[in-house]
Design a protein around this ligand. Structure first.
Ligand code: PGA
Length: 252
């Protein structure tokens, strides 16, 4: 059975006190929630990771990073390496978020390097991708998604996929309040699983968790998560509120 995952991407929000409070609130809210076969992840900003890991210790919440540099170390001012993340207890990282692609110029080629660096360091990559509104309007959404996957992930060996989580996030749905319909999400997720099957095999395709991201809220989570190829969500805005995020987790 595929693992279900609900991940909160907190982006550039929350001071250390606010991060601590939010993790505490989530711990309390999730104490009696049955999370069988389900992982709950939160991604605070870099400076709050260390404390976040401490706060989340002995709970069912995992703390992950929002980004990582591909080099081992060196003269890369402002960047964070795999060793640094691991040294504070973080072993999973979001890569390729559309905001990284749009505002920080991250390309498929760079992301291929970041994915490899993540796996070489025995970490997990939560790889984000998705089409722009203009791609969907022009009917190119499938080919855009296919090339994003191909360029950044298809250099990997089949065995490496056990440490890959996919997050399909149509850019037009991120932070806009406009969600892909459950049918649109299912259609794309099934397409993604199929191209992975063609490139690798059915076993790899069946095992990989594919999350949907883009304006998931308590009001639409149940319907989106009910689709057979949607294995969870990557949640932005709604993950900043403990009650909303908990309601989304309960919807899985
Ligand atoms: P959103 O963000 O839930 O606020 O649309 C999703 C994301 O950026 O991962």
């Amino acid at each position: 059975m595929r693992t279900k995952i609900v991940a909160g991407n907190w982006k550039m929000n929350n001071t250390i006190e606010e991060t601590t409070t939010l993790i505490k609130e989530l711990q309390i809210a999730l104490k009696d929630v049955s999370l069988e076969n389900t992982r709950v992840l939160v991604a605070p900003t870099f400076v709050n990771l260390s404390r976040g890991v401490e706060n989340a210790k002995d709970s069912n919440i995992e703390v992950v990073a929002q980004n990582m540099h591909q080099a081992k170390n060196g003269a890369f001012t402002g960047e964070i390496s795999a060793d640094m993340l691991k040294s504070v207890g973080v072993v999973s990282v979001i890569l390729g978020h559309s905001e990284r692609r749009t505002y920080f110029g991250e390309t498929d080629a760079l992301l291929a390097e970041k994915v490899s660096a993540t796996l070489d360091n025995t970490m997990e990559a939560i790889f984000c991708f998705g089409e722009l509104l203009e791609d969907r309007k022009s009917g190119n959404h499938f080919s855009v998604v296919e090339s994003q996957l191909k360029n950044a992930l298809f250099h990997l060996e089949a065995a490496a996929w056990k440490n890959i989580v996919l997050a399909y996030e149509p850019v037009w749905a991120i932070g806009t309040g406009e969600t892909a319909s459950p049918e649109q999400a299912q259609e794309m997720h099934a397409f993604i699983r199929n191209i992975i099957k063609e490139q690798y095999n059915g076993e790899v395709a069946d095992a990989v968790s594919i999350l949907y991201g883009g304006s998931v809220k308590p009001a639409n989570a149940v319907e989106i998560f009910s689709k057979p190829d949607v294995d969870g969500g990557l949640i932005g805005g709604a993950a900043l509120n403990a009650a909303d995020f908990t309601a989304i987790i309960k919807a899985i």
